[in-house]
Each structure stands twice: as C-alpha cells, then as structure tokens.
Ligand binder design. Sequence first.
Ligand code: ADP
Ligand code: MG
Length: 605
Amino acid sequence: MAHTIGIDLGTTNSVVAFLEGGKAEVIPNAEGSKTTPSVVLLSGDDDPVVGAVAKRQLITQPERVIRSVKRFIGSRLEEVQDRLAGIHYPLLADDEGMAVIEVSSMLYKPEEISAAILYKMKQTAEDYLGEEIEDAVITVPAYFNDSQRQATKAAGQLAGLRVLRIINEPTAAALAYGVSLDEDQRVAVFDFGGGTFDVTLLEISGDTYEVLSTNGDCALGGDDIDQLVYQVLRDRIREQTGIDPEGDKATVQRIREAAETAKCELSSLTKVKINLPFIVANEEGPQHFESELTRKEYEALIAPILERLLEPCRNALRDAKLEPKDLDQVLLVGGSTRIPAVQHLVGDFFSRPPSKSVNPDEIVAMGAAIQAGVITGSLEEVLLLDVTPLSLGIELAGGVFSTLIPRNSNIPIVVEKSFTTVVDNQKAVNVHVLQGERKVAAENRSLAHFKLNGIAPAPKDLPEIKVRFMIDANGILNVSATDVTSGNMMEVTVASAAQTSTEEAERVAAEAEEKIEQDLNFLRDRRRIQQARDFSAMVQNFMDSYEDRLAPEDLHALREKMFSLDVNIQAGNVEGVANAEGELINIGGRYKDLFYSHKASWENK
Ligand code: ADP
Ligand code: MG
C-alpha cells in the first residue's frame, strides 16, 4: 500500500513526513533540506518554483516571488489588512471579496500558491519513497476558521492530493510527542514560527488528545524580529552612506535576508558580523556596508516582542483553569523557539525547562504523519479532540440566540435540538446560523441563512423541527433542519469567511460577559412585549365573544385601552404596556368569572 504523508504547511517553511515501521520520519527535499521555504516563484508559463531557489529570487525578481501566502488563504481582503506587514506583493479582492494576489498582471488565489507548495512536498515524498503519493494529512493553526480550513483542503486537492484530514498544528505536535508516552500528561505546546505565535494546552490521556485551551497572536513571529533587525541595519546603512536603501526593492530584500541570517546566527553566537558589499551607491560610487550586532544589543531590541508572548500564555492557562505547576511538559515548536531568550522566557513562565526531546521544525509534520497512519490503519486509533473557539447556534423567535454547541466544546461533535413553529400552519422556518457569545442573536456573527420549506400544516407549537449541528474532525460545520412529520430536510455547510482568531474569540467572550445584563434586559423586554401581544389577542377575543353581554361603556373603555396597549406594543414600551394591561384587567375584572375563565382557557389553548 502506498504511503500516506503528513504535511506541515507553514507560513514560512513546510515539512513533509511519513510513517515507517510505526515511526514518523521527515523527508529531505531535492536540495537536501528537511524544511522547504514556503516561497513560490511564478514565472509566467513555466511551472512554479518552490523553496530555497524561489526564496533567493526574492532579491533579483521580488515581483514574481510570493512568501507568507498562508496569511491570506481563505480570507477576505478586508480581514487581512492587519496581516500585511513585510508583504511586498499587491493583494486585491476577487468578485466574492476574497483576497487574491497579483503577479505580472495575473491574479492568483492563495490556495493556488499553497497548492504549488503542497505539490513540491508531494514530489519530495514521491522522489524519496519511489512511489506515487495520493493521500495526505495537512496541518493548520488551531485558530484557523472554517473558510481557511476549506481553502487549505482545496489547495491539497489542486496539488493532486486526497486530503484525508486537516488537523491542528499543536495537536499534531502533541501527538508526535505523546505516542511514546506511557503515562497521562498535560502539555503546553508553545509554537513561535515565522509569522504567528500560538500556545495550546492539551491533555494526553491514553490514546486521547484533548485541547484544553488555545490562545495566541496571529500577527507575531520571526518576521517581526527580522523587521526590527532590518530597521537597525537600514539606519546604519543610512548613517554610513547617506543613502536610504528603502527605495529599491531588491536592496531591501538583500538587507532583510542579511537581517534574518544575523538573527539565526545570534541563536548560537554572542556576536555576528554583517557584510553587504555594494549595497547602495552614492556620489562616491558603490558602497560596502559592514557592521556588528551583539547578542546583548539584539536581546534589548527584541524585548518588546518577547513581552508579547506572555499574555497569550496567561490567557491559555486561565481558560483551562490551570496553573503552570499543573503542566507536565512544555513543547517548543517553530523556528523562533531556537532563540535562547525565548527558551528562557518559556522556562521562567512555566517554571520548568522546555522539552529538549523534540525538534521544533519537524514535530508538527511528524504528528501529521502519525495521524495519517492512524487514519489508514497502520497505527491504532488515537482520538483527537479539538475545541470550538466560539459558541454556535441559531436565532429563535424574539431574537434570542440559542446555543447548540457551546464555546470550547471538543470536536468532532454532533448536537441535535428540537424546535417548533410560532404560528398556526406555518409552512416554512428560517434557520439563521450564528457564532458568538451574546444572548441577543443580532449581536453575534451571522454565518448562514437557510429556509426549510414544506412543513406539514399543523397548529403552532406542534411541529417538531430537528436542527442538527455537526462539526467534523476538520473543524468544518454542517447544519441541517428536518421537519420530523414530513421528513423534509435542508442543510448547509458553513464556509464562513469570518475570521475567528483566538484573540477575536477572547474579545467576543469578554464583550458578551460585559453586556450580559444589557442583553438579558433586552430579551426580557422582548419577551414581555410578546406576552402583551398574546394578552391583546386574548382581550380582543373576549370582546368578540361576549359583545352582547358587556355594558356598552365597558366595551368602549376596553376598545380605548386596547388601542393604547397596541400603541405601546408597537413602540416596545414595556411600562406603557403594563399600564394598559392593568387597566384592561380592571375593566375585564368587572365580569369576574367570565373574564378570568376566558383568560385561563385562552392561556391553556
Ligand atoms: P512557520 O511555522 O511560520 O512556517 P517555522 O517554524 O519554520 O515557521 O519558523 C520560521 C521562523 O523561524 C523564521 O522567522 C526563521 O527566521 C526562524 N528561525 C529559524 N531558525 C532560527 C534560529 N536558529 N534562530 C532564530 N530564528 C530562527
Ligand atoms: Mg509552523
């Protein structure tokens, strides 16, 4: 049987692994490297070039080279505005508003560019294993929303792969770490890569991997550190030569590359030399640039970035209701965790030295390969549990948000709830699917609308409409509604372009907590007005039924007060409604049994 591969499709670097004799192994690419830069050179009619060769072309033909495309996959243009730092290529919106990339006046979807990277990883595996590879498991960040996951899956398909599963990167890391464990453990996965940072707490017990919480910053990574070092070099070049190198794209790329090299060297050296011959030209001709950067200067420079790593760690612990001492292990993932200052910070924060047994570049791909082995049956079943960042539910009559899947639920998950109609012989119901933490539906994010038609005619409250929410192992949501009597069914798969990063989820939850009172008041008022409508219908029915038994002046007074009640209902004035009801009851009360028994039988109807 052909192998199934696991791919870590990174923002900066990608890695492919396979399972051999029950062990995951990373496959080196044609250039002999186990990590392949996620950089793509698009040169017109020729096939795209991926990896180190493409990365080098950032200097000579930056306009044809795309890096960090993962930031934009499955996202709308307006959502990516804060992810543009260091991006040198233009992004536009397609007809649906999704972010697309322009290269030599051609438009590319991010998934097409990711497909080129995945194709390179597929080829790497095929060359190494000497067989055709079709099946793959691909990893994505835990905070990726549905739309980003779907687009990643589409990229795999474009690359000629059958994507067996999309799994979360931290879960993959824990899986690779946890396969050799005998005892249950709680681990923190600290993933600091090129463009993103996330921290995830997981519980490994037996074969079960449960994400307890996840948090992070999707605009914080090694690129930001490169940018700081770049600024230092740029300033020094300007000082030394009187020329600002910023004007020329190729020069900027050269300096940026030198900045990254210096950064990586400073992970093992305490001082580095930076040499950039012929970097700019002034009136004296081409100028060389030479400079030195010490570990000390560098650490002072990046201190503000390191500081930003702590808040997500605190949040993750708080959400999981854990303290550092409750954790058994901290796993370092991502190239930026090679920075000694980062390792110290993590060690201090969690009061334990991070694990040295894992390779931060390879562990995610290895976990993906292990998951691939599980799916294809070459390894025993391991249960992966991930969580939903925000609650999912539907809007009920009266604007109430009814949660079906609460936030932080483990996925995959299926939840069914029964609903009914609100008017007699209602033929259709609108199902409005939302995501969020507010009690008032309108305050939450709308994901999809659909209509279930053909409900069998019946008095209100009688029909049973089963609404089913299903999130599969890839984190993709499917919602269906079924009229139990007629068997009619409608469903949608939610391909939401709405972003739900962990910070976003945090913000939404905090806001919901803050506004809970306001929401409850609002809903209570809505309910009160609904009751008043019922009451008004009851009084109207009382007047119609007993017109001949009511004194004309009472009938007149009832009509007058009914008018006032209806006006207050229209205005949503709860106080006015209560007053009008009180007056109607006073008048009705003159007919004691007649009125009260009518009222009781109306309410029991
Ligand atoms: P991603 O998950 O975003 O694809 P990686 O985990 O491959 O990213 O990390 C890439 C980042 O790690 C880059 O910013 C790279 O410069 C940085 N990096 C790699 N090696 C080192 C090192 N030795 N010291 C510091 N940073 C490093
Ligand atoms: Mg990564």
